[in-house]
Design a protein. Structure first.
Length: 665
């Protein structure tokens, strides 16, 4: 990063306020990494020209484009229309019948993939299992019969609170097979959070495990579920997987052991032909910005979207070993551990435990052991790897890797560079994928054989995705300026609603900019048509009439050698509107006034005087969601000395918040 002004909008000039809804950019990132020639030569989409041709074709007639691809799913009955659109309600492939479990499993029967490994699984203690597509199919059929025997039918909601085990995927695919709707709840949430979600979704059945392994300790999942079920009157039955062997209470007439039910289950369970718009799952968002929303996804459009985006973005080949480190409890796990890769016939690595158990080299050890070729992880993990030190990486042979990816937050350019050099050995393209629980699958990202990357940019929209950057009145902002990111046309993976709350669905996504899907993020598009996500709409800093993005200030801080991660928020200030407050986690150096001054000077030098932090707070950790995203809204309250009022149910570690409060000056 240099201190040159960025974007065609130019630097922020004093005394030149910009329109509300627009955000100015102060960052300039000029490094460009073309796809390696060797990679491009073999890629599915191997040149910018090929990408453009696909993109233009899709833009000219999205329905024809998706209709052509829909032939890759199995149809029990053909659909009548590709898209029926009555804003904000979409029906994709209406009139058709398909089944996501069929597309992930049965579709590979009578192909060489049937006996190929579908899942490679490693538990935290080091236990290992492999399931071929044929074996996975058998398990899913049996468990689908278990569900039926317990009275679960089409449209019933099944709540799943399980460790990262093959049985979690089996449970989901079994639901999909019979038209039941799964609601997976990340297995780190509290009993209260489970009960809330069970209530919101009117869940009928619970699936869990006795426990799971995390950093060498057992998490008592069943005990937590017992507490949740006491407050979940709609849930009548509970299936319990034996994972750790912990002692658990089994309530007679309610609780059943997974293995006992499976012993007696028939492996014969044909997939039910389901209408395209049959709900597939409910998934609650991370809660970075407030109370989580129960996002609803349906069958055909979602299934097609995750299959195609998986194949395009990860340039999937049959010999790949694909590892997405996300827990299945998040949308990334739904779309790129389960439905996308399995529809595409991929081999997926699944790991149960923590990245720092037994030590901080566990991920690199797994890559070496299983010869992982594609590695997809989150910026929060990358920042942790950097902090833990290169020596953990250096011990392992990562030469099997050919492609890297990131998801979940923006990645600071310096963290991108580390990932590129250290993990990618300057040979692997990096796909920075922007998307949301709501979008179902990846929306903007570099296609690795086609689109040159710029550190910190998610580059360009995928074919069929039509973004724009607008002001609150819906006017497009001038190129280079930041504004609200919207989608101007429906896409197959889009959410179909918020479970049981159409009013909130309309209000949240479709009312603020009429006729367009409002993502809730700010972005800008540079002169090359590259998109840069600038943070959440609610997190913009309003400094002396200039609207600044969180990520640009944070990236400037992270480019200082002492800084591991940083969060920037606005603190109300009588004169400036917002003063800039930053929270900094160090990887080296001593917290204190000298370093504070140094960081202020560093920001001044990197991006200019306007963004210089007024407050610099050193902290051991930042408050994050359980999915690892920085919760800036809580930091904003702390910076302004407010007693925090927002929803904290998704906070990962309450002690971080307490410490930050105690630290207050
Ligand atoms: P909530 O909606 O409850 O506040 P959340 O938005 O954190 O939670 P998710 O759907 O898991 O829930 O996250 C999507 C958001 O994550 C995006 O809107 C964006 O802010 C951020 N994000 C995801 N990927 C990227 C990326 N590659 N670059 C920048 N931001 C990203
Ligand atoms: Mg969100």
């Amino acid at each position: 990063m240099t201190n040159a002004p960025g974007g065609s909008g130019g630097p922020v000039a004093p005394g030149q306020p910009i329109a509300p809804g627009q955000i100015d950019t102060v960052m300039h990132e000029s490094r460009l990494f073309p796809p390696p020639a060797e990679f491009a030569a073999k890629a599915r989409i191997g040149s910018m020209a090929a990408y453009r041709a696909m993109y233009d074709e899709a833009k000219a007639d999205p329905a024809a484009f998706w209709g052509k691809l829909a032939g890759e799913l199995h149809w029990f009955e053909p659909y009548k229309d590709v898209l029926r659109w009555k804003e904000p309600f979409a029906e994709w492939f209406a009139g058709g019948k398909t089944n996501a479990s069929y597309n992930c499993l049965d579709a590979h029967a009578n192909t060489p993939r049937w006996n190929k490994t579908a899942l490679i699984w490693e538990g935290e203690p080091g236990d290992e299992r492999r399931l071929t597509y044929a074996e996975l199919h058998r398990e899913v059929c049996k468990f689908a019969n278990v569900l039926k025997n317990l009275g679960v039918g089409q449209g019933d909601v099944v709540s799943i609170y399980m460790p990262m085990t093959p049985e979690l995927a089996i449970a989901m695919l079994a639901c999909a097979r019979i038209g039941a709707v799964h609601s997976v709840i990340f297995a780190g949430f509290s009993a209260e959070a489970i009960a809330d979600r069970n209530h919101d979704a009117s869940a009928k059945l619970q699936i869990t495990a006795d426990g799971s392994w995390r950093r060498g300790k057992q998490l008592p999942l069943k005990d937590t579920v017992d507490e949740a079920l006491a407050k979940s009157p709609t849930v009548r039955k509970c299936v319990v997987l034996k994972r750790t062997g912990a002692n658990v209470n089994m309530t007679a007439g309610r609780d059943y052991w997974w293995h006992e039910l499976m012993d007696n289950a028939s492996p014969d369970c044909p997939a039910t032909p389901l209408d395209s718009e049959t709900p597939l799952y409910i998934l609650y968002t991370s809660g970075s910005t407030g109370k989580p929303k129960g996002i609803k996804h349906t069958t055909a459009g979602y299934n097609l979207y995750v299959k195609k985006t998986f194949e395009w973005v990860f340039d999937h080949r049959d010999e790949d070993i694909f590892w997405c480190t996300a827990d299945i409890g998040w949308v990334t796990g739904h779309s790129y551990v389960v439905y996308g890769p399995l529809s595409a016939g991929a081999t997926v690595l699944m790991y149960e435990g923590a990245p720092n158990f037994p030590d901080e080299s566990r991920f690199w050890q797994l890559i070496e052991k299983y010869r992982v070729t594609i590695f997809y992880t989150a910026p929060t993990a990358i920042r942790a790897f950097i902090k833990w030190g290169d020596h953990h990486v250096d011990k392992h042979d990562l030469s099997s890797l050919r492609l890297l990816g990131t998801v979940g937050e923006g990645i600071n350019p310096e963290a991108w560079m580390w990932y590129h050099r250290k993990i990618g050995r300057e040979k692997c393209p990096i796909v920075d994928t922007w998307w949301q629980t709501e979008t179902g699958g990846i929306m903007m990202t570099p296609l690795p054989g086609a689109i040159p990357t710029k550190p910190g940019s998610c580059t360009k929209p995928l074919p069929g995705i039509l973004p724009a950057i607008v002001t609150p009145s819906g006017r497009e902002v001038p190129q280079g300026q930041g504004g609200w990111l919207v989608m101007t046309h429906p896409w197959p993976g889009m959410l179909r609603g918020i479970w049981g709350d159409d009013a909130r669905f309309k209000e949240q996504y479709w009312s603020k900019v009429p006729g367009k899907y409002l993502a809730g993020d700010n972005a800008r598009c540079d002169a090359d048509g590259y998109y840069w996500i600038m943070g959440r709409i609610d997190d913009v800093l309003n400094v002396s009439g200039h609207r600044l993005s969180t990520i640009e200030i944070e990236s400037a801080l992270v480019s200082h050698p002492a800084v591991a991660e940083a969060a920037a928020v606005g603190r109300p200030d009588e004169i400036k509107g917002d003063a800039v407050a930053v929270f900094v986690v160090l990887k080296q150096g001593e917290p204190g006034d000298a370093l504070k001054k140094e960081l202020q000077n560093h920001v001044r030098h990197e991006i200019g005087a306007l963004a210089v932090p007024d407050d610099v707070r050193f902290t051991g950790a930042l408050p994050k969601t359980r999915s690892g995203k920085i919760m800036r809204r809580l930091l904003k309250d702390i910076a302004s000395g407010k007693a925090e009022t927002g929803d904290t149910t998704t906070l990962e570690d309450f002690s971080v918040l307490a410490k930050l409060r105690g630290d207050e000056e």
